[in-house]
Write a protein that binds this ligand. Structure first.
Ligand SMILES: Nc1ncnc2c1ncn2[C@@H]1O[C@H](COP(=O)(O)OP(=O)(O)OP(=O)(O)O)[C@@H](O)[C@H]1O
Length: 966
C-alpha cells in the first residue's frame, strides 16, 4: 500500500518556463491538495486522479480522462514553491506594466484560501511556511520596487501602491476594509476602465502594510462551517493593488501602471454534500450562480477565440463584471484550479478539471499600460533623432559607410526603462565613460526587446483585426447575396402584380397568369434554396439542429421506452457473464492458492454430505484419465436412465389413465348388472304370484306372458351388450397387466443398472481415496474438478434412485389397484354368470317359489348389513302392500329374524328356500353396519316385489332406498 501511495504521489519537476508569458497571457495551474483526515476516514487512500507528468493529470473515473495544463502541482508542492513558479513572474509582469490577475478556483474545501492567503496571522512568510500567495506576492513586490528605485534613481522613479479589499456576498459588493459601506456598485469608465464606486483604497508602502489590510479584511469576510469545510468562505474575495510608477527622461514624463487582482473564489458546492440549509443554502445558491456565470463567460470567450462572435455575459454577475479585464481583456491571468485527490470528491474534481481546461483556451490581449507626456518640442527632436538612428543602423546592417557626424545621438524609446544616448560605434566623441557605455548598451538592448515585443503584439492584434475584417467581408458578401435574392423576389412580385392587372383588364387569361405565377414561384424557390445553400451558417445550424433533435429523441426514447432498464438488464447479464467467465478462468488457471482453497471447500462439502470423505489431494494423471472416462460413462448412463425414466413415467401416466377408464367401465357394468338383475327379479315376481295366488292373476295371464317375453328380450340384449363391454374391459385389463409386467421388467433392469452405477461409483470413490493418499499437491485443481464431477454424478444417482423408488412405489400401488380391479371384475363376472344362470333357470324358480308358501316367518334382510331404515315406511305404503300382495301387513318390527351373512341375492334366495320361509319382511333393523343399506334394502324389496306385482311394488323398492337414507 505504501509503495502504491508513493508511486501515486510521485513528485514531478515543478518549475516555470521563463519564456511562458511572452507567448501566453493565460496560465492554468492545477493544485492537488493532500487528502484530508475526513476523506481518509470515508474512502481511505482511494484517489480519483493520477499525475502523469508536470503538465498532465488523469482523472481515473469512468471513462478515464486525461488533461493537460501549464503546470500540475501535487500535494508536495509547498506554498513557497508555488509562489516562485507563479507569483514571482506575476509580480514581474506588474512591474512591466501589465495588468495581472490570479484566481483560485475549486470546490469547497479544495484549498483556495490556503493557496491565496494561507496562514497570514503570523505576518510574512518569514514567520510561517503556510503563508499563502498574497503576502508573498507583496513582500516580493516591495522588494522589487525597492530595487528598481535604487537602480533608476537618476530617473527619479516613483512608485505608488493602493490596495482595496472587497467581497461579493449574495451578489452584493461589500468593502472589507470599511464594513460600514455595503452594496457598492461596479462602474465602467473609458479612462478608468471597470471600477467599484466608493471602494476604500489604502496606500501601502510595505508588505507589512498589506498584511495588515489583509488580516483586517479577512476578519470581516463571511466564513462559516459546513460539512465540507470548517471555515468555508461564503463569498468571493478580491484583493486589488494598483501599482503606478512615474519617471522622467529627456523631458518626457513616463507613467506606467498595472492592476493586480488576487481573487479567492467561493467554492462550488453540492448542496447534498455541504449540508447547507437556510442562510447557508442561500449563500450556496448565489455562489453557484455566479460561478456558473463565470463558466459561461469562459465558454463564450473560448467560442469567441474559435471565430464565433458571441455575446459574453460579463454583466450577468458582479464577479464577471468586475473582472472582465482579467477574462479575455487586457491582463495576464493565472488560474489556480484546486482539487481534492480523494475518490469521494471525484465528480467535483472532474468538474474543476473541465473548467480549467476550458479556461486554458481564453485569449487575453495584455498590453503595457504606459503613457509618455512632456515637452512637445523635446519629443519632436527625439523622433528625429530616432529616425536618424534607424537609418544609420540600417546602413550599418547593409555594410555602408557610417556618418559619424550623427554618431552622438540621444535615443529614447517610449516605454523603455529609460532614455539613453547613442555614442556611435567607437564612442570617441562621447562624454560617457566606458562603464556607462556598457550599461547603456544593455538598456539599449532591453529597449529594443521591448520595441520588438510591442511590435509583435501589434502584429498579433493586426492579425486578429484582419481575421475580423475577413469575417466582416464574408458577412457583407452574404448580406449582398441576400439583398440580391430579395431584389429578385421583389421583381417576381412586381411581375405577378402586373399579370394580375392584365388578368383583371382581360388582356391575359387566368390560366396563363397561373402558369406564369407557378414558373415564378419555382424560380423564387430556386433563389431561396441557393441562398440557404450558400449560407453555411444556416446549413451548419440545420445540421446541428437535426443532430440535436435526433439526440433528444434518442435520449427520450432511452428514458421513456424502458431502453435504459433494458440496457441495465443487458449490462447485468453481461456482467454476470463476465463474472462467470472470470470464475471459469480462475478455476482453470493454475492459481495454487485458489485451487487449494476450492478443493478444501469441496472436501468439506463432501464431508458435510456424509456420503463421501475425500481429501483435497491430487491424483496421478493416468488414473485421472480413467476416472474421467468412468465419470463420463456414468454421466452418459445417468442421462440414458433419465430418458428411460421419463418414458416410463409417461407410460405410467397412460396406465393410470387407462385404469381410471377401466374403473369407470367396471362401475358402469356393475350398475347395469344390478339394474338388469333387479328388473329381472321384478319380472319374475308376477309369475310366482300367479302360482301363489291363482285367483287374482289368472285373468291377466296372456298379458303378463307377452310382457315378460318383451322384457326378457330387452334384458338379453342388455346382457349381451354388458357381456361385450365386460369382454372389452377384460381385454384392456389384460393389456394393462401386460404393460404392467413390462414396466416391472424395465424397472428391474433400471434398478440393476442403477446398482451397477452405484457399484461403479463406489469403486471409483474407493480408487480415488487410494490414489489420493499417494498423490502430490500440485494437481489439486484436477482433483477438485473430479470431486466435483463425482459429487454431481452421485447427486444425480441419488436423485435417480429416489425417483426409481417413487416409481416402484407407484407401480406397486397401481398393481394393487389393478388387483382390486381384477377382483371387482371377477366378481362382476361371477354375478353376471349367476344372473345368466338365474335367467336360464326361470321355470325352475316358479317351482321353488311355490315352496315358499310355508308357515309365516320373518326374515331380517340385508344380512350382516341389516337394512337400516331411518324412517319407517309410511303407513299408507304398508297399507298399499297389504292390499296388493298380502292379506296382512308385513312391515313389523321385533319379530323373529333370520340373520344372513353377506348375502348375495342368489345365496339369500337359496337360504330362504332352504329355510322354508314363505314371507320376508323389511324390518326397521338394528344393525347399522351396512355399507349400502339403501342398496341392499332396495335389492330385498325388489326381491319381494318380484314375487308380488312388479309394476306396483317397484315403487316400494325405490322408497325403501329413500328411507334407508339414499
Ligand atoms: N495544499 C495544502 N496543504 C495542506 N493543507 C491544505 C492544502 N490545501 C488545503 N488545505 C487544508 O484544507 C482545508 C480547506 O482548505 P481551504 O479553506 O483553503 O478550502 P477552500 O477551497 O478555501 O474552501 P471554501 O471554498 O469552502 O472556502 C484547510 O484546513 C486547509 O488548511
Amino acid at each position: 500500500m505504501i509503495i502504491l501511495l508513493e508511486a501515486l504521489c510521485q513528485s514531478f519537476e515543478f518549475r516555470e518556463d521563463p519564456s511562458f508569458w511572452k507567448d501566453h497571457n493565460v496560465q492554468v495551474i492545477i493544485r492537488i491538495r493532500p487528502l484530508s483526515s475526513s476523506e481518509m476516514s470515508l474512502q481511505g487512500y482511494s484517489r480519483c486522479v493520477r499525475q502523469d507528468s508536470c503538465h498532465t493529470i488523469t482523472w481515473t473515473g469512468h471513462p478515464e480522462s486525461r488533461f493537460t495544463f501549464d503546470l500540475v502541482a501535487d500535494e508536495n508542492v509547498s506554498q513557497e514553491m508555488l509562489f516562485k513558479v507563479a507569483g514571482v513572474q506575476m509580480v514581474e509582469n506588474c512591474m512591466g506594466g501589465y495588468n495581472s490577475c490570479m484566481f483560485a478556483y475549486g470546490q469547497t474545501g479544495s484549498g483556495k484560501t490556503h493557496t491565496m492567503l494561507g496562514d497570514i496571522e503570523g505576518g510574512t512568510r518569514r514567520h510561517s511556511v503556510n503563508c499563502g500567495m498574497t503576502p508573498r506576492v507583496f513582500e516580493y513586490l516591495f522588494s522589487r520596487i525597492q530595487k528598481e528605485k535604487e537602480a533608476r534613481r537618476e530617473e527619479k522613479i516613483k512608485f505608488t501602491c493602493k490596495c482595496s479589499f472587497l467581497e461579493i456576498y449574495n451578489e452584493q459588493i461589500l468593502d472589507l476594509l470599511d464594513t460600514s459601506s455595503i452594496n457598492l456598485q461596479v462602474r465602467e469608465d473609458t479612462k478608468k476602465g471597470v471600477y467599484v464606486e466608493n471602494l476604500t483604497e489604502v496606500e501601502v508602502t510595505s508588505a507589512r502594510d498589506v498584511i495588515q489590510q489583509l488580516v483586517q479584511g479577512s476578519a470581516n469576510r463571511k466564513v462559516a462551517a459546513t460539512n465540507m469545510n470548517r471555515a468555508s468562505s461564503r463569498s468571493h474575495s478580491v484583493f486589488t493593488c494598483i501599482i503606478e510608477s512615474k519617471w522622467e527622461s529627456q523631458g518626457v514624463t513616463h507613467h506606467r501602471f498595472a492592476r493586480l487582482n488576487l481573487v479567492d473564489l467561493a467554492g462550488s458546492e453540492r448542496q447534498k454534500s455541504s449540508g447547507a440549509e437556510g442562510e447557508r443554502l442561500k449563500e450556496a445558491t448565489n455562489i453557484n450562480k455566479s460561478l456558473s456565470t463565470l463558466g459561461l463567460v469562459i465558454m463564450n470567450l473560448v467560442n469567441m477565440s474559435n471565430g464565433k462572435s458571441l455575446h459574453v455575459p460579463y454583466r450577468d454577475s458582479k464577479l464577471t463584471f468586475l473582472l472582465q479585464d482579467s477574462l479575455g481583456g487586457n491582463a495576464k491571468t493565472i488560474i489556480i484550479a484546486n482539487i481534492s485527490p480523494s475518490s469521494c470528491c471525484s465528480l467535483e474534481t472532474l468538474s474543476t478539471l473541465k473548467f480549467a481546461q476550458r479556461a486554458k483556451f481564453i485569449k487575453n490581449h495584455a498590453i503595457v499600460n504606459e503613457d509618455a507626456s512632456g515637452d512637445v518640442l523635446a519629443m519632436r527632436i527625439q523622433i528625429q533623432q530616432l529616425k536618424k538612428e534607424v537609418s544609420r543602423l540600417q546602413s550599418l546592417v547593409n555594410g555602408g559607410d557610417e556618418n559619424h557626424e550623427n554618431d552622438a545621438l540621444t535615443v529614447s524609446f517610449p516605454g523603455s526603462p529609460g532614455s539613453f544616448k547613442w555614442e556611435g560605434l567607437h564612442g570617441s566623441f562621447s562624454p560617457f565613460t566606458s562603464d556607462k557605455r556598457t550599461s547603456q548598451k544593455k538598456e539599449y538592448e532591453a529597449a529594443l526587446v521591448g520595441a520588438f515585443r510591442r511590435e509583435k503584439d501589434k502584429d498579433i492584434a493586426l492579425q486578429a483585426l484582419a481575421a475580423e475584417n475577413q469575417a466582416a467581408v464574408q458577412l457583407a458578401k452574404q448580406r449582398e447575396d441576400e439583398i440580391q435574392g430579395l431584389k429578385m423576389r421583389l421583381r417576381f412580385r412586381e411581375a405577378g402584380i402586373k399579370r394580375l392587372e392584365a388578368v383583371a383588364s382581360g388582356k391575359i387569361s387566368a390560366e396563363t397568369h397561373l402558369l406564369k405565377e407557378k414558373e415564378d414561384h419555382l424560380k423564387e424557390i430556386e433563389v431561396l434554396r441557393a441562398q440557404v445553400d450558400r449560407n453555411q451558417e444556416v446549413t451548419k445550424f440545420a445540421m446541428e439542429n437535426l443532430r440535436l433533435k435526433e439526440d433528444i429523441r434518442r435520449l427520450k426514447s432511452f428514458c421513456e421506452e424502458g431502453e435504459r432498464e433494458r440496457m441495465n438488464e443487458q449490462i447485468m447479464i453481461l456482467q454476470n457473464k463476465l463474472l462467470e467467465a472470470l470464475d471459469w478462468k480462475l478455476m482453470h488457471e493454475s492459481d495454487p492458492l485458489i485451487i487449494q482453497k476450492r478443493s478444501s471447500d469441496m472436501a468439506m462439502d463432501i464431508h458435510g454430505d456424509g456420503n463421501l470423505i475425500l481429501s483435497g489431494q491430487e491424483s496421478a494423471s493416468p488414473w485421472r484419465t480413467s476416472v474421467n472416462e468412468e465419470n463420463e460413462f456414468l454421466r452418459m448412463q445417468a442421462i440414458q436412465n433419465q430418458s428411460e425414466m421419463d418414458s416410463l413415467r409417461k407410460k405410467l401416466n397412460f396406465c393410470l389413465e387407462e385404469k381410471d377408464k377401466l374403473e369407470g367401465h367396471v362401475n358402469d357394468l356393475v350398475t347395469e348388472l344390478e339394474v338388469e338383475r333387479s328388473s329381472k327379479a321384478i319380472k319374475e315376481e308376477p309369475q310366482k304370484l300367479q302360482i301363489e295366488l291363482p285367483s287374482i292373476t289368472t285373468d291377466h295371464m296372456p298379458n303378463i306372458a307377452l310382457n315378460d317375453q318383451i322384457e326378457l328380450k330387452t334384458m338379453v340384449d342388455a346382457i349381451a351388450t354388458a357381456s361385450q363391454r365386460e369382454a372389452e374391459a377384460h381385454e384392456t385389463a389384460i393389456i394393462l397387466s401386460k404393460e404392467n409386467d413390462e414396466l416391472r421388467m424395465k424397472l428391474k433392469v433400471l434398478i440393476e443398472d442403477n446398482n451397477k452405477l452405484i457399484e461403479l461409483y463406489e469403486r471409483a470413490v474407493a480408487e480415488n481415496n487410494d490414489k489420493n493418499s499417494d498423490a502430490a499437491q500440485n494437481s489439486q485443481e484436477e482433483n477438485a474438478q473430479n470431486h466435483n464431477n463425482d459429487l454431481t454424478v452421485f447427486a444425480e444417482e441419488l436423485e435417480m434412485r429416489t425417483e426409481v423408488e417413487n416409481l416402484e412405489h407407484q407401480l406397486m400401488e397401481m398393481h394393487e389397484e389393478n388387483e382390486k380391479l381384477l377382483g371387482l371384475y371377477e366378481k362382476a363376472m361371477q354375478e353376471r354368470d349367476e344372473f345368466k344362470r338365474m335367467l336360464s333357470s326361470g321355470g325352475q324358480n316358479s317351482t321353488e317359489i311355490r315352496e315358499f308358501n310355508c308357515p309365516e316367518k320373518f326374515v331380517e334382510v340385508d344380512g350382516g348389513e341389516s337394512l337400516h331404515l331411518e324412517k319407517s315406511p309410511p303407513s299408507g305404503e304398508a297399507k298399499l302392500l297389504e292390499e296388493m300382495v298380502f292379506s296382512e301387513s308385513f312391515v313389523q318390527s321385533g319379530m323373529e329374524v333370520l340373520q344372513l351373512d353377506k348375502p348375495s341375492i342368489y345365496g339369500e334366495a337359496k337360504e330362504l328356500e332352504e329355510s322354508g320361509f314363505t314371507r320376508m319382511n323389511v324390518q326397521n333393523g338394528s344393525s347399522q353396519q351396512s355399507e349400502n343399506p339403501g342398496w341392499s334394502g332396495f335389492r330385498w324389496a325388489s326381491y319381494l316385489c318380484g314375487k308380488a306385482n312388479f309394476s306396483r311394488l317397484s315403487s316400494f323398492g325405490t322408497k325403501c332406498a329413500e328411507w334407508s337414507g339414499k
